[in-house]
Design a protein around this ligand. Structure first.
Ligand code: ATP
Length: 457
């Protein structure tokens, strides 16, 4: 734990908000739940999609030197032999002889059960890959594995991408997808589960330039979290010690985030050298080299790998966004989510259920949802409706009232400051577009006026 910073929220509060508002549910809940698996609810699925979209936009769409792929989860079993996962993707496991709980012995100090103090069995290495069978016969020859990382799907497609895109070094291939690990100990909500999603980049470079690209990617990855609103003091870089490095890594840093349970890995950035391409070339018998036009030689590129977890990013963004503010006699709970991440961008709140007001509100709702995920809420007092939107991080609420029928204007209220401005309906889309991309709320659209500027609205 850091002495200088404190986690932003405790886990219990966050789990409860996620459950109550439909961000995350325990998997298979009506059957008593399935340990360490989670389902993302209506708001969770939007937030998760926004995280992946924001990552894809920054890492692939806006760059010349990146392309994406989507490889299959089940792959040839020899891939895992070549990559070293069959042999080495294991954690040290011991069981308590008294309470029979199983423990990862590299995660605590001492040689007794951390829970009951009982004696532990001898430590054994436990492979984390899930096995299943391909086809109707359940025999060893048909064993396949659920991928424990998306990376290998990229390496085995290296040559396909080079020939089809004609990319020149340095360039990267990215993919987002599910990975599975039969973790010995899980927990801390969605932080460590057995089924999760990764966002991975394999960035191929000329040997000798790998160190500078490694530094470059450390900064790029950190910047991505900062740009989307994570506080600097809640992030830190941690270099792996030599004895901690994975079998393939020349160097590795973790980006750690100050989660409610303490500092823990959010993303790993590794210099994998030429390990993977060389191994797959050796095991498949196919050439995975690259013709370098400068030196006129075949070379095996080195690889820098930023590997992020979607679920951990989800947890970190939620933790960092969470806030409680005193509000009259109550507490206002809000999520200061970046507009790009907020599950709902704008909510339409008619101040009356009367038909003429409701009709304007419904028309607006129908129009805006072509552009953004839009909410509509006409139940209970306006104060309560604002609170409901604040709690799920909706950046803007639009209220329609009787005056809207006369002057053709609506009120736009901003989540963080609670400031409100009056905006002509025909300017609403332009105004919201500007504000959702971060422009100042008090730049009034033509014909707009400041309606009310006060706290507690
Ligand atoms: P840890 O040390 O926490 O087990 P790791 O070093 O094994 O993680 P990597 O293999 O580097 O993790 O995986 C890259 C990223 O994938 C991690 O930084 C994390 O965001 C995510 N990730 C890995 N395992 C899990 C898991 N069991 N549940 C959720 N996310 C995970």
């Amino acid at each position: 734990m850091s002495e200088e910073a404190a986690a932003n929220v405790d886990m219990e509060k966050l789990v409860s908000l996620c459950r109550r508002r439909g961000f995350v549910f325990p998997s298979s809940e009506i059957y008593g739940g399935l340990s360490s698996c989670w389902d993302y609810g209506p708001l969770g699925v939007e937030l998760k999609r926004n995280i992946k979209d924001a990552w894809w936009r920054t890492m692939i769409q806006e760059r010349d030197d990146m392309v994406g792929i989507d490889s299959s989860i089940l792959m040839h079993p020899r891939i895992w032999q070549a990559s070293g996962h069959l042999e080495g993707f294991s954690d040290p496991l011991a069981e308590c002889k008294s309470c029979h709980q199983r423990w990862r012995t590299d995660q605590f100090e001492g040689d007794h059960c951390p829970d009951c103090g009982g004696e532990l069995t001898e430590t054994q290495m436990f492979n984390l890959m899930f096995k299943t069978f391909m086809g109707p016969v359940e025999e060893a020859a048909n064993t396949v594995y659920l991928r424990p990382e998306t990376a290998q799907g990229i390496f085995v497609n290296f040559q396909n991408v080079v020939t089809t895109t004609r990319k020149k070094l340095p360039f990267g291939i990215a993919q987002i997808g599910k990975s599975f690990r039969n973790e010995i100990t899980t927990g801390n909500f969605i932080f460590r589960s057995r089924e999760f999603e990764q966002m991975e980049i394999e960035f191929f470079v000329k040997p000798g330039t790998d160190k500078e690209w490694f530094d470059y990617w450390l900064k790029e990855c950190l910047d991505w979290y900062l740009k989307l609103g994570i506080r600097k003091e809640h992030l830190k870089l941690r270099q792996h010690m030599k004895d901690e490095l994975a079998h393939y890594a020349l160097d590795c840093y973790d980006i750690d985030y100050l989660f409610p349970m303490g500092w823990a890995e959010l993303e790993g950035i590794a210099n994998r050298g030429d390990f993977d391409l060389s191994q797959h070339a050796k095991h498949s018998g196919k050439s995975l080299s690259y013709y370098d036009e400068e030196s006129k030689e075949q070379i095996t590129p080195y690889v820098i790998e930023p590997s992020a977890g979607v679920d951990r990013a989800f947890l970190a963004f939620l933790c960092d966004a969470y806030a409680e503010e005193p509000d009259k006699d109550e507490t206002r709970v809000l999520l200061h989510l970046h507009p790009d991440l907020a599950p709902i961008k704008v909510a339409i709140l008619p101040l009356s259920k009367k038909e003429n007001v409701a009709r304007v509100a419904k028309d607006l709702y129908a129009e805006l949802r072509h552009h953004w995920v839009t909410g509509y809420d006409d139940a209970q007092s306006i104060g309560r409706r604002y609170r409901r939107q604040d709690e799920i991080g909706t950046p803007f609420c639009v209220t329609v009232d009787f005056q809207s029928l006369e002057d053709g204007q609506v009120t736009v209220r901003e989540r963080d400051s609670m400031n409100q401005i009056r905006v002509p309906i025909k300017e609403l889309k332009t105004t919201l577009t500007a504000k959702l991309s971060g422009e100042d709320l008090f730049v009034l659209p033509p014909g707009g006026q400041i309606w009310k500027v006060e706290k507690g609205g």
